[in-house]
Design a protein around this ligand. Structure first.
Ligand SMILES: NC(=O)c1ccc[n+]([C@@H]2O[C@H](COP(=O)([O-])OP(=O)(O)OC[C@H]3O[C@@H](n4cnc5c(N)ncnc54)[C@H](O)[C@@H]3O)[C@@H](O)[C@H]2O)c1
Length: 323
């Protein structure tokens, strides 16, 4: 981000949000923004998109209510336009959630920049394309940034916010404040990097997991069980660094590193240099098929969402206890 682009002028409050693309992520964003009292206008050129969106938002609404939707919020207030220019004409904040292709992001951001009001923040849900790669085509690139959610964004609170070379610090601050108002827990990244922070962390874990299945050390089922019954439980509570510090007892992270740092460095040197070759894919797909071949994915997703809601409610209650 360019420091000269900082500007501390006050912004008007964000009330109107436009969601561009109503696939998996855009739909869940609509639920999230509606539940937090924003006026939402969505657009998607796919045939039948409006009906699918409305049905899906209605299905997600009970979970949004369980997590504390604001008084008076109503999924029926969702507006839909087939024309993207019309969808963003009144927007204070635009959440782009279309296909993950650089050419698409360049074209759609040029259009959003032309059609949205000058004060609107233009955010992309991109999982890994830095804003610097598509903001240059905009006449006001300082308001273009990444607001990267995790699936499904109406339940998972994390949003990674990161600007490109031409993004202003003011736009980043406004986006952070907006996501907080939408009940999210945003983090601001200090540098742009492909995959941002969290997808890089996930990719590191998946690389080793794919390598271990390929090497015949463990099955897909073993690895899922290991993470879900082991470190995953702790990570959901405090994250990897606090978890590691707790393993150091009273000496905390410093003692842990003196004691278990050298073996950790040894594992780092020994990690498998896995690439996603056809052979690795086949090994993982064969192992996954044995475990998951007959699963009903809709019910797996419902079960995940039910437990996520319960966990988020518990975390919110416990956070209020102050111990
Ligand atoms: N799926 C995930 O887990 C996940 C998580 C975080 C971020 N993301 C990011 O979110 C974005 C959307 O991903 P998704 O998984 O929802 O994809 P998706 O394929 O489910 O949805 C994309 C939608 O964009 C629509 N679209 C195509 N052209 C369009 C246009 N010109 N204008 C408006 N809409 C258009 C499509 O019809 C489709 O409904 C991507 O950038 C992706 O990297 C995805």
């Amino acid at each position: 981000m360019h420091p000269s682009l900082d500007n501390t002028a006050q912004r008007a409050p964000i009330r109107d949000v436009a969601v561009i693309g109503t696939g998996v992520i855009g739909t869940s964003w609509c639920t999230c923004f509606l539940a937090h009292g924003f006026r939402v206008t969505a657009t998607d050129p796919a045939p039948g998109a409006e009906q699918r969106l409305r049905e899906q938002v209605a299905r997600q609404w009970p979970d949004a209510l369980a997590l504390g939707a604001v008084k008076g919020s109503d999924p029926a207030q969702l507006e839909f336009r087939t024309n993207a220019r019309e969808a963003v004409a009144q927007a204070d904040f635009v959440q782009e959630s279309g296909p993950e292709r650089l050419e698409f992001k360049r074209e759609v951001f040029a259009l959003l920049d032309e059609a949205a009001p000058a004060h609107a923040i233009l955010a992309s849900s991109s999982s890994g394309i830095p804003a610097s790669e598509f903001q240059a085509a905009c006449s006001r690139p300082e308001r273009v940034l990444i607001g990267h959610p995790f699936n499904p964004p109406h339940l998972i609170p994390l949003v990674e916010v990161v600007g490109g070379r031409l993004t202003s610090a003011q736009a980043v601050r406004a986006a952070l404040a907006f996501y907080q108002a939408a009940g999210r827990k945003p983090i601001a990244l200090h540098k742009e990097l492909k995959g941002f922070v969290t997808n890089r962390l996930q990719a590191a874990l998946w690389r080793e997991a794919y390598g271990l299945v390929h090497a015949g050390v463990a099955t897909v089922e073993d690895i899922d069980a290991a993470i879900a019954n082991g470190p995953g439980l702790r990570w959901a509570i405090r994250g990897p660094f606090t978890t590691q510090s707790l393993s150091g007892g009273e000496g905390g992270l410093r003692h842990l590193l003196d004691h278990l740092g050298p073996p950790m460095d040894g594992y780092w040197q020994d990690l498998l240099p896995t690439r996603l070759t056809e052979e690795v894919k086949r090994a993982v797909l064969d192992s996954a098929e044995q475990q998951m071949g007959d699963w009903d994915w809709a019910s797996v997703a419902r079960e995940r969402d039910r437990l996520l809601v319960a966990l988020l409610q518990l975390k919110a209650q416990q956070a209020g206890r102050g111990d």
